[in-house]
Design a protein around this ligand. Structure first.
Ligand code: HEM
Length: 196
């Protein structure tokens, strides 16, 4: 085997990190959506849940699936990522509408600007992936520059998205650093294998 040749992500690691990210997105998303303590489930709660499932559970799984390499995994990567993007758009709609209902201004925090940038960026890289890099009909599927740009820009966007989940939670729970560190745990464990 030639040195430096990329290897498909092993099945054991794939199952482990997909499990961590999906579990964190479902349980963490529900838990975050019911903060502060005692607030319970409400219309706002769909924002953290859909964002976590979309950007952490599904986008993370899509990234890990691409690392399995090959034709089928590449198509699965695109389908899972697009599903994640659609759920995230639902989460974006919820927070925008929730702010309208509460008479609050839009885009007033670091979290909101980072979140908006991630939504726009993911729509762009997703469109590029679907139009240029699709394994069946991508019009530039062999273009190394576009492939590399898609890969690294997407990973950067996910890093920002995962950081945004922490800043979103901080808005709800204040300076409870221990809770923030615990919430960040699954992301810190999975990030080196998913985003690098
Ligand atoms: C990658 C995931 C996320 C993205 C892309 C995102 C995006 C956004 C955006 C764009 C806004 C502003 C909407 C507006 O001003 O009209 C917002 C607001 C908000 N988000 Fe998120 N969000 C994410 C995850 C989370 C999570 C996990 C939580 C809670 C744990 C959360 C809590 C909040 C809160 C409390 C607000 C209202 C305050 C503010 O505008 O900063 N978000 N989010």
């Amino acid at each position: 085997m030639a040195a430096g040749k990329p290897m498909p992500l092993a099945t054991g690691k794939y199952v482990l990190f997909v499990s961590i990210l999906v579990a964190h997105s479902l349980f963490g998303g529900y838990w975050a959506g019911t903060r502060p303590n005692g607030a319970g489930w409400r219309f706002f709660s769909w924002h953290p849940l859909l964002m976590m499932v979309g950007m952490v559970g599904l986008m993370g799984t899509a990234t890990l699936t691409k690392k399995r390499m090959g034709y089928v995994n590449t198509k699965m990567h695109g389908i899972i990522a697009m599903t994640g993007l659609m759920l995230s758009m639902g989460g974006f709609y919820v927070i925008y509408e929730n702010k309208n209902q509460m008479g609050k201004d839009h885009f007033t925090t670091w979290h909101s600007w980072a979140g908006l940038a991630v939504m726009i960026g993911c729509t762009m890289v997703g469109t590029v992936g679907g139009v240029f890099l699709h394994p069946d009909f991508g019009i530039a599927k062999q273009n190394g520059t576009i492939r590399t740009a898609h890969k690294y820009f997407s990973r950067f966007l996910l890093l920002v998205a995962w950081a945004a989940t922490l800043s979103g939670l901080k808005t709800l729970i204040g300076d409870d650093m221990m809770t923030l560190v615990i919430f960040a745990g699954p992301l810190v464990v999975a990030a080196p294998f998913t985003l690098m």
